[in-house]
Design a protein around this ligand. Sequence first.
Ligand code: ADP
Ligand code: MG
Ligand code: ZN
Length: 505
Amino acid sequence: MGSSFIYSSAHVGLKSVPVRVEADISSGLPRFTIVGLPDAAISESRERIRAAIKNSGLTFPRTRVTVNLAPANLKKQGPMYDLPIALSILIASGAISQTNITKTSVFLGELSLDGEIRPVQGALLAATMCKDRKLDRVVVAPDNAHEASIVKDVSTCTANTLQELVSKLRENSELDCHAHKPSKKPTPKNLIDFSDVRGQDHVKRALEIAAAGNHNMLMVGPPGSGKTMLARAIPSILPSLQFDESLETTKIYSISGLLDETYLLTERPFRHPHHTSSSTALIGGGTWPRPGEVSLAHNGILFMDEFAEFTRKTIENLRQPLEDKCVTIARASGTITFPSNFMLVAAMNPCSCGFLHDPKRPCECTPGQIQKYKRKLSGPILDRIDITINVPRVEFDKLTSNQVSESSKNIKKRITKARQIQLSRYKKLPIATNDQLTTRLLGKFCKLDDSSIVILKKAIDQYQLSARAYTRTLKVARTIADLCASENIEINHLAEALRYRCTRF
Ligand SMILES: Nc1ncnc2c1ncn2[C@@H]1O[C@H](COP(=O)(O)OP(=O)(O)O)[C@@H](O)[C@H]1O
Ligand SMILES: [Mg+2]
Ligand SMILES: [Zn+2]
């Protein structure tokens, strides 16, 4: 008979909060109840906990066992409470002394029926919470130790089995600690180099600008013109991840259970959802909200190939993340938010048959079909695309020529420089790239001279540009100026930005 408590954590979006796992053992008929709004997974964990305790050679109480996960109003998910619940029962039953459990330790882990401690999602978030709340230890499965140990100042301890952990806690002996090791650099997966792509210099230039300022881009061209190939080459020119960016993106992968071997992402993500992906897969959501592709692409690229093949609803759902750089997912107990600061790279044919405006091959679509195809992309979506570029087919002579084009390495150098200019200009602000400039900051950093204002006004009238299109064009012009290390936006910078904004296809 007795009661006990131990700490664990619950994830809300990308944050973790402490959960107090309390157990009470009282006399009465054998009954094992868990309260505190647990979901179905926690009910299942009852069976695992009972079996794991028994199969570890320990005794599961033969009386009434009540477990409470507090705070009760917080929805808790998944099997990660198996371990803390089992421990709190063993403390309450006297198998482990409460004094041997420091109040500054957080436990999380799933248990197998034979008592093995298994990894859970979001161990990195729990470790971050420990640091923020001055808790000094997180106890996790060995397979979670890598990611948890990214967080300095918090010691990551592990045990393979419940039995091993219990005997160490009983004897009050040291647990195995996992020291942080720098991440293994993943070997790049057959990256396409920009020099592999023949011709298309104007597209490469546009991609360079997009990557330098994190602007959204749409490539339109007939099949086989190299759109997919160009998009796949983008990772080779992207600037390296800053540590903070890496940590935040890694958390998204941690909570999605996608961390695998690498435990701190060192490359910007490149996500490539298929056009049949559901809105939930793309945006996030579900009974227990999961980050979608837009968040998995955070601080990297979201490549939507065959853009017009996505459903209109799916495309429209991109509006919020494109504008706010985060997604808000509604659920019964309020909303949660995941970051989604990605660069959209979209590619599509100009019409269903693919050959509209092709100089050699006639388009077979009716005007009605062409209209319908284009209507897939609404005004508000096109408004959020900063750079639209036509990608014509490369002539045979160019494809087979031996002329060497510029390597990705060179292009990356220029992009990195332009990013550094942005970082130092915005060092006192919570932004890193030109696309994040707010309207208020535009006045300060994107001043135009009189002649530029004249052509801007002309373009606004002629193309009926919205206020959003106007501000976004200014940001692209800022990036073009940064690529040539120009302090001011010159008229030719603005003119180039306007060309990308006003491309017709
Ligand atoms: N500009 C190019 N330079 C070199 N190869 C090209 C080029 N354009 C297309 N190709 C070749 O054609 C293939 C198909 O191109 P792809 O990128 O799939 O075209 P799209 O996506 O525009 O239909 C590529 O895998 C590549 O082998
Ligand atoms: Mg393609
Ligand atoms: Zn056509």
